[in-house]
Design a protein around this ligand. Structure first.
Ligand code: CP
Ligand code: NVA
Length: 301
């Protein structure tokens, strides 16, 4: 496997399958893996807040027999008194693996200057660990991934959508994105997804996207990297893209509702949808742990 996991385009179809299979085994037999990373250290660099990513990586490393260090950009010299390049060169002399939740341009710099593998723990551009975990959840719920239709409804120009665009073609999921014209995903990412064989629809019509979908996915309308001054305008423009029970009914009868969390009930989806029987959002959250243990093992071993 490549040295780093910066984007899902760093992985082949076979590598994605292998990571998912390994995560399934780790989930079923955690004790088999409890000393696989004994003596190893993960550095976790955070510029933005986190509940799931921070805890699941740290717990994951503990469960593999290793150790994790939380490093907060706000209280570090990184990018201020010390360059990103020097930070990567120095830190990678101590640790065996680095993960970072920072801007995409900065994680590329870290990866370029690090001696050890680097994992994208979410940037302003992509969130590959989330989507790999989501593939594990979809496989558990639906039996397989190939041929399913996933409808994403909401802010199309965000990290979750970009990683879906890179990942879905590699596992055979058809992707329909419903978003206002001004919030379409980056065109280069859509082009890459189509070039690697993805069946991709981008529409302004939420109903058309959700029709006959196996999976309906929503995400926040105000991502971590979006300036708060944009919030009010976004709440107005995305209102037509709220996943309501009425919209969800247009998906297949056995469709599942997914959301990476954090979620705001009454905004990107109603309470009835996220807390309803077809929602799998907490299974998604749990699976971040199992998939990231698999990712760390694949990168360090
Ligand atoms: N889904 C996700 O990455 O959540 P956190 O922001 O809590 O890490
Ligand atoms: N798109 C969201 C994902 C959160 C995990 C954000 O960037 O805030």
């Amino acid at each position: 496997m490549e040295k780093d996991l910066l984007d899902l385009t760093d992985l082949t179809k076979v590598e994605i399958k292998d990571i998912i299979n390994l995560a399934e085994d780790i989930k079923e037999n955690p004790q088999k893996y409890n000393s696989k990373l004994k003596g190893k250290t993960l550095l976790m660099i955070f510029e933005k807040a986190s509940l799931r990513t921070r805890i699941s990586f740290e717990v994951g490393m503990t469960q593999l027999g290793g150790h994790a260090i939380y490093y907060n950009v706000a209280t570090s010299p990184m990018g201020k008194g010390e360059s990103i390049q020097d930070t990567a060169k120095t830190a990678s002399r101590y640790v065996d693996l680095i993960m970072a939740r920072i801007k995409h341009a900065d994680i590329i710099q870290i990866a370029e200057h690090s001696r050890v593998p680097v994992i994208n723990a979410m940037t302003d551009f992509t969130h590959p660990c989330q989507i790999l975990g989501d593939f594990l959840t979809i496989k558990e719920k639906k039996g397989s991934l190939e041929g399913l239709k996933l409808a994403f409804v909401g802010d199309g120009n965000n990290n979750i959508v970009h990683s879906l665009l890179y990942g879905c073609p590699l596992v055979g999921i058809k992707l329909a994105i419903a978003t206002p014209n001004e919030y379409k995903p980056q065109s280069s990412v859509v082009e890459t997804a189509r070039a690697i064989g993805g069946e991709i629809t981008v529409t302004t019509n939420a109903l058309e996207a959700v029709k006959d979908a196996d999976i309906v996915m929503a995400d926040t309308w105000v991502s971590y990297y979006v300036p708060q001054v944009e919030k009010d305008a976004r709440l107005k423009i995305f209102k037509a893209y709220q996943v309501t029970e009425e919209l969800f009914k247009n998906a297949k009868e056995d469709a599942i509702f997914m959301h990476c969390l954090p979620a705001v009930r009454g905004m990107e989806m109603t309470k009835e949808v996220i807390d309803g029987p077809q929602s799998v959002v907490f299974d998604q959250a749990e699976n971040r742990l199992h998939i990231q243990k698999a990712i760390m093992l694949k990168l360090v071993e």
